[in-house]
Design a protein around this ligand. Sequence first.
Ligand code: NAD
Ligand code: MN
Length: 357
Amino acid sequence: MTAYQIAVLPGDGIGPDVTKEAVKVLEALKQQDATFNIEFREFEWGSEYYLKHGHIMPSNGLEQLREFDAILFGAVGDKRVPDEVTIWELIMPIRKNFQQYVNMRPIRRLAGIESPLKNDQPIDFMVFRENAEGEYSNIGGRLYQQQSQEMAIQNTVITKQGVERIAKYAFEYAKKNNKSKVTSATKSNAIIHSMKLWDEVVEAVAKDYGDIELESNFIDALAAYFVMRPESFEVVIASNLFGDILTDLGAALVGGLGVSPSGNINPEGEFPSMFEAIHGSAPDIAGKGIANPIAQIWSAALMLDHLGRTDLSTAIVEAIEQVLQEGKVLTPDLGGNSTTQQVGSAIAEKLKQLVTK
Ligand code: NAD
Ligand code: MN
C-alpha cells in the first residue's frame, strides 16, 4: 500500500510544538490501522531559517513541496523577522501558487467545550474564505514618505472567476451536506466596486442552486449576528480579509484559537492542499509548552478527510471530544494545567481505543 507523503512545515513559536502532537496522533493511527500508511518529511523553513540564510525558503521550495500529497503547516511569525517576510514569502506563495483558493474553517463547538455565550445552542457551520485574491494583495504603494501628505494605497482584487469558484465550492458543499442556506459576507453598500462584483457573482451562482437560500449580510452586521444567533448559520462565504476576521470571531465562540482548524484547499487536486490551525505563532506563550494542540490535530483530521480517509478523520475528532468531555487533560486556555504534549498523548491514547487493530 502506498503511503501518503506529507510535507511538514513546523514554522515558528508554538508551531513546532503543536505540529509535533499532530504528527504523533497520525503515527498512532498508522500503528493501529493496517490499511493506513503515511510518511512525513520535515522542512525547517521559518524565521530561524531566514535569519541564517537570508531567505525563508529555498528558491526551489515550491517545487519541492509540489511532490507531496498534502502539507501540514505549523505557524510562522517571529519578532526578529518582519511579518511581511513570513507571510508574503512563505504562506502566501504556497496558497497562491498552489491555487489553494478555498480556505475552509469549520466553526463547530465540540462536545466538552463551553461557549462564552449564554445561549447553549449547538454551533456548527462552515466558513469558506476566499484565499487567493481580495484584500490580501500586494498591489499598492506608499507615496510622499516622511512628508505631511504621506499616503498609502492598497488595492483589493476581486475577479469574476475568483468569486465564482469559491461560491460554487460553497454551494456544492451545501448541496452535498443537505444544508439549506449559504450566507455571504459583503459590504457593497460602502465598498461599491469590488463588493458589488462579489454580490453579483454570488447571486448568479446561487441561481443554479434553487433549493438553497442565499442570505447576504453586511460584514459589520454579520459580525454581530455571529454572536447573537450563531446557531442560524450553515455555510458562510467571505472574502479573504472578511473571512479571516470572521473566523477568529467564530473561533472565540467555540473555545478559542487553540481549538480552531483550517484547510487551504486546491479543489482540483493539481497541487497539494495545506492544513494548519487558524492561530499564529503565539509569541506570548511560545516555549512554555502550554499551547493547545487540538487546533492542529483537528487540522490533521481535515487533511485525512481531504485525502479520502473520512473514517479516520472522524475518529480523530471523536478522540478529541472524548478527551475534552473527560476534562482531565486540558491546556490552560481551556482552564486546565496540562502541557501540549500531555494533551497530544491523551488524544493519541484515546484513538488507540477507538481504532482497534
Ligand atoms: P496568534 O493566533 O498567534 O495569538 C493570538 C492569541 O491566541 C494569543 O494570546 C495566543 O497565546 C493565543 N493562542 C493562539 N494559539 C493558541 C493555542 N494553540 N493554544 C493556546 N492559545 C493560543 O495571533 P497574533 O498574536 O496576532 O500573531 C502572532 C504572530 O503569528 C504574528 O507574527 C502573526 O503575523 C503570525 N500569524 C501567523 C499565522 C500563520 O502562520 N498562518 C496566522 C496568524 C498570525
Ligand atoms: Mn488569521
